[in-house]
Design a protein. Structure first.
Length: 430
C-alpha cells in the first residue's frame, strides 16, 4: 500500500493495525480528516438493512466522555465542520478544522467512532429521525427514481435497498444488534484515517497513534456478491401524480478496478456530464424536451452501473427515450472525433485538478481509493491513464455496455398503463 518514493502521499500502518494516509498541502489553511470504516450497506443482512446508516447517526449522539452537544461544540466552536455519510462499501466520519486544531479533530472523531454509548433514549429518537428520512425520500421522485432503478437492477440484494433501510427493517433493529455490529467492525484494523491539508506528517502520525490507541481484532466483514444479470430489457413504472415524469435508463457496468474504467468515465463525460455533452445538446438544447438530463457512473467492488437520468413532461417521455437510445447507438457505431475526445479528457482532468485544491475533496478522493481497493493513485497516474484511452477504446466500452438485453428503465410519474409497451420498445437500441 506504500506509494512511490516521489509521491506526495504518506501511507503508514500504526502498531494497532490502523492505516493512516496523509497529504500535506502547505498552501492550505485547514485540514480535512476522515475516519473510514470498511463496512457499509453491502455488508448487511437483508433483515437488518440500514444498520450501518443507523450506527452512523448514533455516533454523533454522545460518548462516555462527551455529550452530543460537547462533540458538536468542540468542532464548530473553532470554526470547523463535523459530518458523516454511509455508502454501499464503506462509512465515513469527517471533520474540517483550522490547521492548528488537527489534534482536536482526530480526538473528537476517534472518541465518536470508538467510545459511543448507544443510549436507549438516543436510539429511539434517532430511529424516528431515520424513519422521517425514509419517508422524505419517498416523497422526492427525483431521488426515489434512482432507488427504484437500483431495486430493478439488483433485486433482493443490499445494492437494491435504500442505504437508510426500510421502515420495516429500521423498526426491527434493536440495541444488541447495533452494539454487536459496531464492536465487530469499528476497531482499528477495520478503520482508515485520512488527512489532507496544512499538516506535518510525523506530528500527525503521533497524534493519530494517541487518538486511536487500543487493542484491535481482525474484522470478518464480507459483502454479498452482486446478483447475475437478468436479460432484459426490464421496465418498472411507479404511477404518481407528479408535474414531471422522472426516469432512469441504464445498464450494469464494469467493477471499480476494471481495465475499461477510464473509457467508461470518458463515455460519461461525452454523453452527460456537462452542458457540452451529447445528451444535453440533443435532448435539451436542440429539441427542448427536458430541463435536466445527465449521466453518472456507479462503481462497486464487483459490479457497477451507467445511468442516464432525465425529467420531462409525460407527453415527451417516449420522444426523450428515443433520442437517448439513438445517441447510445451512435456512440457504439461511430468513433468519437478527435477534438471531442480531447475536450472530454481536458474536462475530466480539469475537474479533478480543481477539486483536489480543496482539502476536503482531496481527503475524500484519497480515502475512497484506499478503503475500497487498498492503494492510492496520484492525479498524474489518472492523467496518464486518460491519455492512453483512444476513440476505439470508447467504442469498445460502449459496445460492451449498451445492448438491448442489458437495458433497465425506472420511471415515476403520471405514466398511463397503455404506455407500458411503448416504454419497452423505447429500450430497444436501434
Amino acid at each position: 500500500m506504500r506509494p512511490a518514493p516521489e509521491s506526495p502521499y504518506h501511507i503508514r500502518r500504526l502498531p494497532s493495525g490502523l492505516p493512516v494516509v496523509l497529504r500535506p498541502m502547505p498552501h492550505a489553511a485547514s485540514v480535512a480528516i476522515g475516519v473510514w470504516v470498511r463496512v457499509g450497506g453491502r455488508y448487511e443482512p437483508l433483515a437488518h438493512a440500514g444498520i450501518s446508516h443507523f450506527i452512523e447517526h448514533l455516533l454523533f449522539k454522545g460518548t462516555r466522555r462527551r455529550s452530543c452537544e460537547a462533540l458538536k461544540q468542540a468542532i464548530e466552536g473553532i470554526g470547523g465542520t463535523l459530518n458523516g455519510f454511509t455508502a454501499e462499501e464503506f462509512t465515513c466520519y469527517l471533520a474540517q478544522v483550522p490547521a492548528k486544531y488537527l489534534g482536536r479533530g482526530l480526538t473528537i472523531l476517534s472518541d465518536m467512532v470508538l467510545h459511543s454509548t448507544f443510549r436507549p433514549r438516543d436510539l429511539e429518537r434517532e430511529r424516528d429521525v431515520i424513519l422521517e428520512e425514509i419517508r422524505m425520500s419517498e416523497d422526492n421522485p427525483g431521488q426515489r427514481v434512482h432507488e427504484l432503478f437500483s431495486q430493478l437492477l439488483w433485486p433482493n440484494h443490499p445494492l437494491g435497498i435504500l442505504l437508510a433501510g426500510t421502515e420495516e427493517t429500521v423498526r426491527r433493529i434493536q440495541r444488541p444488534q447495533l452494539v454487536d455490529y459496531w464492536r465487530r467492525f469499528y476497531q482499528p484494523r477495520n478503520l482508515l484515517v485520512v488527512c489532507a491539508g496544512a499538516l506535518d506528517a510525523e506530528r500527525t502520525l503521533r497524534q493519530a497513534r494517541l487518538a486511536f490507541a487500543g487493542p484491535s481484532r481482525r474484522a470478518a466483514a464480507r459483502m454479498r456478491r452482486a446478483p447475475r444479470l437478468r436479460p432484459g430489457p426490464h421496465v418498472q413504472v411507479m404511477h404518481k401524480q407528479t408535474e414531471q415524469t422522472h426516469v432512469c435508463l441504464g445498464v450494469p457496468a464494469m467493477p471499480r478496478t476494471h481495465p475499461q474504467r477510464f473509457a467508461v468515465e470518458l463515455l460519461h463525460v461525452l454523453l452527460g456530464a456537462n452542458m457540452s455533452s451529447r445528451l444535453f445538446r440533443e435532448v435539451r438544447e436542440r429539441r427542448g424536451l427536458v430541463y435536466e438530463i445527465g449521466t453518472h457512473v456507479r462503481r462497486y467492488h464487483d459490479t457497477g452501473a451507467f445511468v442516464i437520468y432525465a425529467g420531462c413532461d409525460v407527453s415527451k417521455l417516449e420522444s426523450t427515450l428515443r433520442i437517448v437510445t439513438k445517441e447510445l447507438s451512435r456512440i457504439k457505431r461511430e468513433l468519437v472525433p478527435a477534438r471531442e475526445l480531447a475536450r472530454a479528457k481536458e474536462f475530466y482532468h480539469g475537474q479533478l485538478v480543481m477539486s483536489l485544491e480543496d482539502t476536503m475533496d482531496h481527503m475524500l478522493w484519497m480515502g475512497e481509493q484506499v478503503v475500497t481497493v487498498g492503494r492510492l493513485s496520484t492525479p498524474q497516474d489518472v492523467t496518464a491513464a486518460l491519455k492512453r484511452v483512444t476513440a476505439r477504446h470508447i467504442r469498445e466500452a460502449a459496445r460492451r455496455l449498451f445492448l438491448t438485453p442489458r437495458m433497465y428503465l425506472a420511471a415515476i410519474g403520471p405514466v398511463p398503463e397503455s404506455q407500458a409497451a411503448a416504454l419497452h420498445a423505447a429500450c430497444v437500441l436501434p
